[in-house]
Design a protein around this ligand. Structure first.
Ligand code: GDP
Ligand code: MG
Length: 439
């Protein structure tokens, strides 16, 4: 699955421009992956529209290939879809866990306590589940394994009393995690109970714990918990199974919240903070998406630096000197062939370059390298004013650069041709450009 998305992206590798058909293909692959991962259809459609619109309308920044351009947009839109990680300051706080029975609340409570203890805080778990037989023992054992404080009372059957007593008993703790009961369905008495606990505990955060396999049932659940106690974040559990957790995004969307933690196993260490890129890679089944996007980002940063030094538009100002050509050549090795570079100049795209004689801008890689060596042997004056270069200077430059005089002459010829071409564009208003393009 992920490999077909990669294949589709890879097929764009050589392209500098992207068309609707290309975008359609990429979007189809993403849709397929996301729907299989249980992401809600309407969310998938929204995402698809944004990707299509942006891919076709936004100009790829200098040096980015069509593939990188689309990949970046896809990634940004996916980050937008899954959201950032729930803000969790490492400070004193009370966190309440809510969710259906079996979703993984008790396991998550112990895991989170373990996580906070690793961050240097002192956590405690308060177990208020009096409904599920063995809930007390289960929580106690897990907290022992996590080596964190625990409060529960197997003889008390009022969860609200346990919560109140638990807060007192764990007054020394920095982070108090209140585990609650779940039922097999959302019954009114469950909602009443959790609302009562909430009013006693007054948590700083209420996290909704969802099984990764939740699917579209997430919507109603999320709504109910949001209405009763408010949902400030979501925990997705059992990601070590086959489910990818896309359904939980519906809950995130419904409650306007974010994802805080991911659970991926039965032991207390099987917890990680939610992080968009890892989760996206998982959703798409694409292991190295982060690495890919980092590469794109690096490429863009490099190009950004390049643009500070050299703006393609400068070619249209004043005399086109050998210095311009030199800069342009070094930029080309970062940005791609000259005709593509020219496409980035506002008003110069749209096939205008196609109207030029084929060889006017054509400098092959090998010749370019030789030219660069030659230019390195020229003085600043020669670079600024190549017309003044005479036979004796050509001889000196050739000897100095280890290139034949022929290459120096070729370079000067090439420069003349390019300078002539540039002159054609100089002083043109936008209107002229438009007219020329319509020819
Ligand atoms: P609660 O009813 O919401 O408190 O859920 P529990 O914490 O008791 O978890 C229900 C079951 O799911 C238990 O058997 C847990 O061991 C299991 N479980 C919880 N989280 C995970 C997880 O991340 N991965 C796996 N494989 N099992 C989990
Ligand atoms: Mg439980």
């Amino acid at each position: 699955l992920g490999s077909s998305l990669r294949g589709t992206l890879d097929s764009l590798r050589g392209k500098s421009r992207i068309d609707e058909e290309d975008v359609e293909k990429v979007v189809k692959e993403i849709q397929r992956s996301l729907l299989q991962a249980d992401v809600d259809v309407s969310l998938v459609m929204e995402l698809s529209d944004s990707i299509k619109e942006r891919s076709l309308e936004e100009e790829p920044p200098g040096g980015t290939t069509a593939r990188d351009h689309v990949l970046r947009i896809v990634y940004e839109e996916l980050v937008d879809l899954v959201g950032e990680s729930t803000d969790l300051p490492l400070e004193e706080q009370t966190i309440m866990l809510a969710g259906l029975q079996g979703s993984g609340k008790t396991t998550t409570a112990a895991k989170m306590a373990w996580w906070f203890s690793k961050k240097g805080l002192r956590p405690a778990v308060i177990q208020t589940d009096t409904f599920r037989p063995g809930a007390y023992e289960q929580a106690k054992q897990m907290c022992e394994r996590a080596e964190v404080d625990f409060y529960g009372d197997p003889d008390e059957d009022d969860p609200v009393t346990i919560a109140r007593d638990g807060l007192e008993a764990t007054a020394d703790a920095d982070v108090r995690i209140v585990d609650t009961a779940g039922r097999h369905a959302l019954e009114a008495d469950l909602i009443d109970e959790i609302e009562e606990i909430e009013s006693v505990v007054q948590p700083d955060r209420s996290l909704l714990v969802l099984d990764a396999a939740i699917g579209q049932g997430a919507k109603d659940q999320a709504q109910q918990f949001e209405d009763s106690v408010g949902v400030s974040g979501v925990v997705i559990t059992k990601l070590d199974g086959t489910a990818k957790g896309g359904g939980a995004l519906t809950a995130v969307n419904e409650t306007d919240s974010t994802i805080a933690f991911l659970g991926s196993g039965e032991t207390v260490q099987d917890i990680e903070r939610f992080e968009p890129s890892g989760f996206i890679s998982r959703l798409l089944g694409m292991g190295d998406l982060k690495q890919l996007t980092e590469r794109v980002e690096r490429a863009m940063e490099e190009t950004g630096e390049e643009e500070e030094d050299w703006d393609p538009e400068d070619m249209l100002k004043g005399e086109f000197t050998l210095k311009d050509m030199q800069r342009q050549m070094s930029a080309m090795s970062n940005m791609g062939p000259l005709d593509q570079v020219m496409d980035m100049i506002p008003g110069m795209g749209g096939g205008l370059m196609d109207q030029l004689p084929d060889d006017a801008m054509d400098v092959t890689q090998d010749r370019m390298r030789n030219f660069e060596v030659v230019m390195d042997s020229m003085t600043d004056e020669e670079l600024e004013n190549p017309r003044a270069i005479g036979a004796s200077q050509i001889h000196r430059i050739a000897t100095g650069s280890g290139q034949g005089e022929e290459t120096v002459r070729e370079l000067l010829e090439q420069h003349k041709m390019m300078a002539r071409t540039m002159k054609q564009f100089q002083g043109m208003g936008d209107g002229d450009m438009q007219r020329m393009m319509q020819k």
